[in-house]
Design a protein around this ligand. Sequence first.
Ligand SMILES: Cc1cc2nc3c(=O)[nH]c(=O)nc-3n(C[C@H](O)[C@H](O)[C@H](O)COP(=O)(O)OP(=O)(O)OC[C@H]3O[C@@H](n4cnc5c(N)ncnc54)[C@H](O)[C@@H]3O)c2cc1C
Length: 437
Amino acid sequence: MAKRVVILGGGVAGISAAVQAVQRGWQPVVLERTPHLGGRARSFFDKSLGCILDNGQHALSASYNETLSLLKTLNATDLIRWQRGLDILYRFEGQRTFRMKSMPLPAPLHFLLPLLLKAPLTRPDRRFLWHFGKKLPFSRGEDLRDLTVSQWLAQAGNAPFLQNLLWEPLTLATLNTPLHQASAELLFTVLQQAFLSAHSRSGLGIPAAGLSGLFGDPATAFLAEKNAIIRLSTAAKALIGDSGQVKGIKTRSGEEIFGDAVISTLPHHALAAVLGESPVAGAVSLNLDQLRDSPILTIYLKLSAPLPGPFPAALVASPLQWLFESSGETANLYAGVISDAREFLGQSRESILNMVVREIRRFYGLNLTPMLAGFKLIAEKRATILQTPATNRLRPGVKTPLRGFFLAGDWVHTGLPATIESAVLSGRLAVEALADL
Ligand SMILES: Cc1cc2nc3c(=O)[nH]c(=O)nc-3n(C[C@H](O)[C@H](O)[C@H](O)COP(=O)(O)OP(=O)(O)OC[C@H]3O[C@@H](n4cnc5c(N)ncnc54)[C@H](O)[C@@H]3O)c2cc1C
């Protein structure tokens, strides 16, 4: 008989689990607290700027196999603008630039050579990079388990300029965690996937339509057609079950929904609340209270004239870490991104705008104020978990000690940083674990 599986949360992980479930001929029942699917990867119409905005700028990597496969199923691959290989413009104070374009060469030469030949590096930087790049393919992630990125680089004899040019932008963009806290093992995984494989897998993909056009909307249509049940504006409150066997979920409005199994794709804090209300969870301890979140601030700028490209641009040693150009229909719309934005959360709009105006003057030599037609700040306080060696060890797998209860979500242990790719993979792994029962 077809399994009925209750999926808590309709973000990317919930969508992935539901798609995997219907592909096995099961019936998923997706419970989502908000009125839409998509979770932390969604878009909305912003009245003040008069256009569709994402809840924060996202970039995908051509190495995201799981995500690409999901988007193919949802018929949404055309909604991404892909680079052919990595192509980033580094901007330095005073308008100097360096365009990092990977070369069609075997890894790791495809990204080492452009850096060694064209980047404004000192001799010690080049020497470090050459030796580090040569050793990288023979390194093992597990040897880095207890190290932060700073410790790893210090052990390898890092040169300071490379820290600003390479390690800081890369670590913040992929782990949303500062170098002195970030897990070296996870950064190694990023390097392995994006830089130690083919040149074609090193490029970025920028969503060309809003994120909801990529995930939430096509998933809603696909799942509805396959007779999945999607319950929006429905929040899970507590697990139902007995003797350690989970049988369903009680919602906050008191409704009871039963299934053969429950897959939680909730963020860790929402899962902790549900487990706290669930007698069946008993003494199950996932140490969720030890996980911490890290914010991302996106600053949308609508301008009356274009900024000099190309994009994305990494502003070296600037608090305004990245600038992206919107690839949607709105002209001259840009997104400034600040990862690990803890120090900005308490600041006023004015003070953040002043910082942006100052940085645009420093890096582009332009006065932003007369060009500014609109400005929108989006602070996602719980953008991702803080990804340290300690928190990486705490991430639970998809199986739990409770029978019929599985976990997914970007933050569970997938071996990947907490990203869209991890969320999609976790959904598949949870469904596979359930199928194995
Ligand atoms: C600003 C920003 C920028 C980012 N940039 C990138 C990027 O460039 N590249 C990248 O790969 N990743 C990026 N990420 C991370 C990426 O968005 C997440 O990893 C991914 O969306 C997480 O998906 P998820 O399904 O695991 O979690 P979520 O999207 O959080 O989904 C969980 C869902 O559960 C719902 N929910 C919560 N409580 C309940 C309840 N009690 N009952 C029912 N439903 C509930 C929530 O509403 C939510 O929809 C970024 C994130 C942010 C915020």
